[in-house]
Structure formats: C-alpha cells, structure tokens
Design a protein. Structure first.
Length: 315
C-alpha cells in the first residue's frame, strides 16, 4: 500500500488536478469563454490552464475554430478516461458514489437509429415516468458510428445491431430481431402471408444509407430476381409514414414495424423469402463500467424489450 501511495504522490506532484477540471469543461463547452463562465473563472485563467495542460500532455489538445475550440484526437482519447475518473473522484469526495434515480437529476444520452428509438424510447420513458429528475436524450447513430460517439463523450450508451467496437468498449446483447414486410391494407389489399409473386408485383420503398440497395436486393439477386424500387429514404419512420399514402411495400426491422403497424394502421407480415436474424446490443466505454449512474442506465435498458410482433395467420 505504501508503495502505491508513494507512486501517486510522485505522479500527482507533476500536475494540478484542477487542470483536469478545466480540461473537462473545455471538452464539454467547446469554447474557452463558455468554459470560463461554467467554472466561474476568467478567460485568462482558463487560457493559462490550457497552456499548462498542453505542456503536461505534450499536445495542442484544443485548436481554435470560428465558433470556439475543437479537441484534437489526443484530447478525445484523454477525455474518455479523464471525465469518468473525475466523476468517481467527485463521488468519493461528496459521498455521491451511489446513484438514487428517485432523487437524482441526470440526463442520459443514448445513441441509436430511428427504428430502435421507435421500439425502445416509449418504453424507456414509461419506465422512468415516476423519476422526475431523469431525462433521456437520443442521438442518431448506427453500428458504425456509436463507438466514435462514445469515445468523444457525446453519448453515454449506444444501442445497435452488431456495433463495431474496440478494446476500450464493452457490449451486452439485448434482444434478437429480424425483418418483416409492411404495407397499407387500404391501398394494397393483399392476402397474408404474402406470396413471392405479390411481393415482386408491387413497388417498394427502400430504406438505405446510400439509397441504392438493401439486404432484400442481395437476397433476390441470389435467386436471379429483382424488385421495383420507386423511392428510397434513410429513415424507417419516414418510410412507414409514406406507406399510408402510397400503394407500396417496405421491408424493415420487426421491432419497428410492429409499432408502425399498430400506430398507422398498416399490415405487418413475414416476407416471402428467408430473411436473416440479428442481435441488438448495448455498447459503452469501459471507463464507465463501474459508474453507479451508468450501471443503473444499463440495467434499465437491458430490462426494456421491444413490443412483441402480432401472431401471423395460422400460427
């Protein structure tokens, strides 16, 4: 124990820990002026602290922009470790190393795509309805962007299908999902379950990030078949809304289609070709694994399941 204390004393003599508070404020505010106001310091004091931080870490850390300052890659890397450490230190000093959602005032920011937001956010809000100090914010994200958003401290928790991640991240499987077909029975009075001929005979809306093709096109190509796509969108909710006025079909995740069908009076039915299933997972930065507030958030999300799809005819 005495050896560890000696090491801490030696290292901490090299740096004023208050500099790390300035660093966190600059990351959060993106401006020397706003950071100074938040810390009740002068701009000169914050600028001087930034100079000391640059010398301490041997990096520019923040570069000037027209609207404030922007963190360097090194600053982003440091923030993923410094900010959780400061929170733990604050908890130890103030005795707030426990999290009570009934009395806490906390905003949790989740990163997920709009199909997952559709399925999960209403249920998360219902679960926190009796907790007046808890607020949930959602940032648009996908499996390729959640890790970067976590590293930059822009979200607390990501939710995605097979999220790309690195050694600094942790994941937990939440639920399994797949795909279903959605259409307006008023505009397309088709029998269900849907046959392949009907599926191919009518126009489709494509939900795709590049607007060119989706998983359905790959599966049809393997069979030497094609479908007629009349429009594409990057948002699942937008496609579902368009189906209320267009005699068209859309193939989208079951967890979102179930909500859209019930809300918009659409029919959800199993596609007439085998579709893959996938697992939706939570992802977070390893440095917050033991944070009491984050632990509570992960438990909340893990207990929140999407609505069950309606039974298919004949099942």
């Amino acid at each position: 124990m005495s050896v560890m204390i000696d090491i801490y004393e030696t290292e901490f003599r090299k740096a004023d820990l208050n500099l790390l508070v300035v660093f966190a404020a600059l990351m959060r505010e993106g401006s020397v002026t706003r950071a100074a106001a938040a810390l009740h310091l002068s701009q000169g004091a914050v600028s001087a602290a930034l100079g000391r931080l640059r010398r301490l870490f041997g990096d520019e850390l923040f570069t000037r922009t027209r609207t404030g300052v922007e963190p360097t890659p090194r600053a982003v890397q440091l923030a993923s470790r410094i900010e959780p450490a400061l929170a733990l230190i604050q908890g130890a000093v103030t005795g707030r190393d426990r999290f009570d959602p009934a009395t806490a005032r906390h905003t949790f920011t989740l990163g997920m795509s709009d199909d997952l937001e559709t399925a999960l956010l209403p249920r998360l809000l219902a679960a926190t309805a009796g907790l007046p100090g808890i607020r949930i914010a959602v940032r648009q994200a996908n499996r390729n962007t959640v890790a970067e958003l976590l590293d930059r401290g822009e979200i607390d928790l990501g939710i995605a299908a097979a999220p790309a991640h690195g050694l600094d991240h942790r994941t937990e499987d939440l639920f399994s999902s797949g795909y279903t077909c959605l259409f307006s029975p008023r505009l397309l009075p088709l029998p269900t379950p849907l046959g392949l001929d009907d599926y191919l005979a009518h126009p489709h809306l494509l939900i795709s990030y590049d607007g060119r093709r989706g998983i359905v096109d790959d599966l049809l190509d393997a069979r030497g078949l094609t479908r007629r796509v009349i429009a594409s969108t990057t948002h699942f909710a937008g496609a579902a809304l368009h189906l209320t006025t267009l005699p068209a079909l859309a193939t989208l995740p079951i967890h979102a289609a179930t909500v859209y069908a019930g809300t918009l009076g659409l029919t959800a039915t199993e596609p007439p070709l085998p579709m893959p299933r996938y697992t939706v997972s939570a992802i977070w930065h390893a440095t917050v694994t033991d944070d009491p507030a984050h632990t509570w958030l992960r438990h909340l999300v893990s207990r929140t399941e999407p609505p069950a799809p309606p039974a298919q005819p004949g099942t």
